[in-house]
Ligand binder design. Structure first.
Ligand code: SF4
Ligand code: SF4
Length: 403
């Protein structure tokens, strides 16, 4: 069976339900940020041959070389055979001139006259003011009028309130959000999805498998629950199907690093078999097993809520469990911000009201202090971290040789 496609807003454009996230392409060497061109090209070719027609890159991926690779790999195919998506790195810009230079550089690197999908990258409360000051949205609308952009959207990791303000303020063709069964309740992905669906804004899903956390990263018991429920399917396929089963989703992006992952995802969506009630129950059981095996064995029952100080106890514990063994990362900072400032761990007054309500007997105030200290030590600022390494490039500079 062919790979499933979805219509863009009931028009005549079909987009493959599986999208290729270039961000996790295989690297040339351990520790290198450069893509292995031969292996990468083989993956791109196989994906296209099997119906994948959506490719997502960004200015800053792979030390700012991802667009060059993507442009080169796709230029070996007919332009009409794929949808190319890339993003404006607002946090790197200081002027309208730089924005123009970056956009022209992206077209050049991607070897294209236009972008099918173009996003404001990581549109969040941290760069709302800058976006307005530089007039990023208006600049991109102008590019759309000129035919350089076909569909204009944004990607976001922030609270539902920030998402709502952004979708009310501007007219969007689509939006890209982090949606997966772990974040569905845990990071408000559900309400964010529902907000976009209610406005008819197509959703591109990023991180459906949470960078592998919902595959090999699950505990043994969770994996066993999935394997027993469907021995013929991979653990990752449950996460892909969870995202793809949402009717408002246009594309499920997956950052596939090897042929095994690519083949598995294609098989999962050729065609999509939407999850049924029994299968949602399987996911709930696997999540429950994961939570119980985690360093903070919070089951997310929410008996301890609501905290009079506004602290979102189960979400903070879920965040710690997801990140406790990952070292210093930008994603920890992003996830902490998504919880919302008023609900973060430092608001705990140690009143102990919640302690007697917890059936797991957790020392909640002490654990919240642990979460607070962990975040303070390990959360990197996404604006700074997404910035490329010094010396990699100069805005508006030519693509590097060999592409
Ligand atoms: S101890 Fe902290 S988290 Fe628990 S109810 Fe009191 S303020 Fe809220
Ligand atoms: S009551 Fe205990 S187990 Fe339940 S959500 Fe609160 S901290 Fe977690």
């Amino acid at each position: 069976m062919p790979l499933d496609c979805r219509k863009f807003r009931n028009g005549d454009q079909y987009v493959s339900l599986l999208g290729y996230g270039i961000m996790r392409m295989p690297r040339a060497a351990e520790g290198s940020r450069i893509i292995d061109r031969d292996k990468g090209a083989e993956l791109v070719d196989y994906a296209l041959e099997h119906g994948v027609n959506y490719f997502d890159t960004a200015y800053n991926y792979h030390g700012c070389t991802s667009e060059e690779f993507t442009g080169w790999a796709l230029s070996r195919h007919r332009r009409e055979s794929f949808n190319l998506a890339t993003k404006m790195p607002v946090w790197m810009l200081n002027s309208r001139e730089e924005m123009e230079a970056v956009f022209e550089e992206q077209l050049r690197k991607c070897r294209t006259e236009y972008f099918d999908f173009y996003l404001i990258h990581n549109f969040s409360s941290k760069n709302l003011e800058k976006e307005e000051r530089l007039g990023v949205y208006e600049f991109l609308r102008q590019k759309k009028r000129e035919g350089r952009i076909r569909r204009l959207g944004f990607s976001m990791h922030d609270t539902p309130a920030v998402l709502e303000s952004v979708v009310k303020k501007y007219d969007w063709d689509f939006a890209q959000l982090q949606i997966n069964y772990m974040d569905w309740e845990g990071l408000d992905a559900k309400s964010q999805y529902e907000l976009l669906a209610s406005r008819g804004i197509p959703v591109i899903v990023m991180e459906p498998v949470r960078g592998g956390a919902l595959a090999a990263g699950l505990c043994g018991e969770s994996q066993a629950i999935f394997r027993e429920a469907d021995p013929g399917r991979s653990v990752a396929s449950w996460a892909i199907r969870f995202a793809a089963s949402l009717p408002g989703v246009l594309v499920v992006l997956s950052g596939m690093s090897d042929m095994e992952q690519l083949r598995d995802n294609i098989a999962t969506l050729s065609p999509l078999r939407p999850l049924d009630e029994r299968e949602y129950g399987v996911i709930a059981r696997a999540l429950d097993a994961y939570r119980k095996s985690a360093p903070i064995p919070c089951t997310a029952c929410r008996y301890c809520m609501d905290c009079p100080s506004g602290v979102d106890i189960p979400r903070l514990f879920a965040l710690y469990n997801r990140h406790h063994n990952k070292g210093r990362t930008v994603y920890l900072g992003i996830d902490y911000r998504v919880i919302g400032e008023g609900r973060q761990a430092h608001h705990c007054t140690r009143c102990e009201r919640c302690v007697k309500l917890c059936p797991q007997g957790l020392d909640i105030p002490a654990l919240l202090e642990k979460v607070r200290a962990f975040v303070a030590e390990n959360a990197l600022d996404d604006i700074e971290l997404l910035h490329p390494e010094k010396g990699v490039r100069v805005i508006g500079g030519p693509p590097s040789a060999g592409s």
